[in-house]
Write a protein that binds this ligand. Structure first.
Ligand code: HEM
Length: 182
């Protein structure tokens, strides 16, 4: 049985992890910008966010088509259940956050948002500002939840690597060669 994720899943995992962390950092800095900088940064933020939505769809497809490697027997049932709940939470947020962000970009008022500066999405700009406030609030809560999940996930991965010293980190490591159990 395969004991690590395959190369495709590992590449997708680290690419998405990097982009999500960049998006969170970039998102929290948007308030402090001049209108021109805001338009420019939002075009990159929104374009990268839509790219993440496409990558999340590919990842979900991969997850349905493949079984993940099993957790080690040394992990308690409670820890396995917690890990599975966190994974489900990640999938939920990986879709919710960019979808809500996209709708927010459609109703955004201050500047017209163009994905990567090219493709304008301000189709719903005439809608009442109340809608912008609602989507903005959900996007902000989603960003907070995603930040907490990333920190928890990172903390758990480091604990497995340096305290429990089990093979959990190796399952997603780009540096470890895949091995098979008997
Ligand atoms: C995983 C994907 C995404 C993450 C992690 C993310 C993260 C963030 C964060 C942290 C903020 C600041 C929230 C706050 O101030 O409380 C933000 C704001 C924003 N994001 Fe995203 N975002 C994502 C996807 C998207 C997408 C796909 C779009 C549009 C297509 C988008 C459009 C916006 C807009 C318009 C704002 C508000 C800027 C403002 O209020 O001036 N985001 N995002």
């Amino acid at each position: 049985m395969q004991m690590t994720y395959d190369k495709f899943a590992i590449t997708l995992h680290w690419l998405m992890a990097l982009l999500i962390i960049l998006m969170i950092i970039m998102g929290y800095q948007l308030d402090e910008l001049s209108p021109e900088e805001l338009a420019n940064n939002l075009s990159w933020h929104s374009g990268t966010g839509v790219l993440l939505l496409i990558l999340a769809t590919i990842r979900l497809w991969w997850r349905y088509a493949h079984s993940p490697p099993p957790y080690p027997n040394s992990m308690s049932i409670l820890k396995k259940r917690t890990a599975i709940t966190v994974v489900h939470g990640f999938y939920f947020l990986m879709f919710l956050q960019p979808i809500v962000g996209l709708v927010q970009a459609m109703v955004y008022k201050s500047v017209e948002i163009r994905l990567f500066g090219v493709f304008g999405v301000g189709w719903l700009r005439e809608l009442d500002k109340m809608w912008l406030d609602i989507f903005s609030m959900i996007h902000s809560i989603g960003a907070g939840a995603l930040s907490l999940f990333v920190m928890f996930h990172l903390g758990a991965a480091l604990k497995h690597r340096f305290i429990d010293r089990d093979e959990i980190m190796g399952r997603m490591s780009p540096f470890k060669r895949a091995h098979k159990s008997k």
